[in-house]
Design a protein around this ligand. Structure first.
Ligand code: GUN
Length: 297
């Protein structure tokens, strides 16, 4: 391996420490405690683990955590009524509705009911538009985490060729917008892209967010490029059992890249750290206080 390893676990711990420091100051100087409400509908086991981790880390950095666990047969009306209540609650600065929702609920309608100022996921249509037009938005957590790691490695990203593989609303599209805002030349590639390998090979920054295990191999990577792997895929091991891999074939890519994030321990831990950063930012904005430096896009 020739690439430098970008340690997301360590980076996320440093982001959480910065958040905790700001939270302590907010309490001391302004008597304010940021609050994050997480809404979970149903009993999806993976979602339950995420929500537990979110709650734990929220409390660890000194914020208030409010968990609302609703049964799988909750009606849309009841869920919207809860969001109205959280929107009106001054102790709640951030609201996250854990996705996916059970099939009978309309995700777009639910997400767009959240007050955009409290939308710490950055999924509300207003925040999507604000980001796309270069205005002050709440930015989705995973792309924000990727951006922080890229800025940390490169300082300015201006003029770099960035290729994002994947066009999801949660990662690919907002990642492209953020890189464009930092003056990269951005290509968003996807399953229908022609000559995808050649396009990836032009990238100084390559972000993989397609959800296909180990799709991007070393021969797709420009020597010295920075490779950010957002994928989390579980695959069978030849000897039995399973293991987590990214969208990048780590070993072959790491032999060519200048820097690379591992899976697990790369982008993953940054997502919750950025959720906490967004909650702090939302609290500062709600109270007309300066935003925490280095924790926003
Ligand atoms: N489910 C998996 N990841 C996420 C996320 O980042 N936000 C929400 N709301 N749900 C998720």
């Amino acid at each position: 391996m020739t690439a430098d390893l970008i340690d997301g676990k360590e980076f996320a711990a440093s982001v959480r420490a910065k958040v905790a420091e700001h939270v302590a100051t907010l309490k001391e100087v302004h008597g304010l405690t940021p609050g994050l409400a997480v809404v979970l509908v149903g009993e999806d086991p993976a979602s339950q683990v995420y929500v537990r981790n979110k709650g734990k880390q929220t409390i660890e950095c000194g914020m208030n955590s409010y968990e609302h666990k609703l049964s799988a047969d909750t009606t849309q009306e009841d869920l919207l009524a809860l969001l109205d209540q959280l929107n009106a609650d001054p102790a709640v600065h951030g609201i996250l509705v854990q996705l996916p929702l059970p099939g009978h609920l309309n995700e777009d309608l639910v997400i767009n009911r959240i007050d955009p100022a409290k939308d710490v996921d950055g999924f509300h249509i207003s925040n999507v538009g604000l980001l796309a037009t270069g205005q002050k938005a709440m930015v989705p957590c995973t792309p924000l985490g990727c951006l922080m790691m890229l800025r940390d490695r490169h300082g300015s990203l201006s003029g770099m060729n960035a290729v994002v593989v994947g066009r999801s609303n949660i990662v690919g599209k907002p990642m492209g917008q953020l890189l464009l805002r930092d003056s990269c030349t951005v290509t968003i590639a996807h399953s229908r892209t022609k000559n995808i390998e050649e396009i990836c090979k032009q990238a100084d920054i390559l972000v993989a967010a397609v959800g296909r295990p180990q799709m991007i191999t070393g021969d797709w990577v420009k020597p010295g490029a920075t490779v950010i792997d957002v994928g989390i895929n579980r695959i069978d091991k030849p000897e039995g059992g399973t293991r987590l891999v990214g969208d990048v074939d780590f070993d072959s890519a790491a032999a060519v890249a200048g820097a690379i994030t591992p899976v697990p321990g790369g982008v993953g831990p940054m997502t919750i750290a950025c959720l906490l950063a967004n909650t702090l930012t939302a609290c500062c904005r709600a109270n007309d206080l300066p935003e925490p430096e280095g924790l926003t896009a």
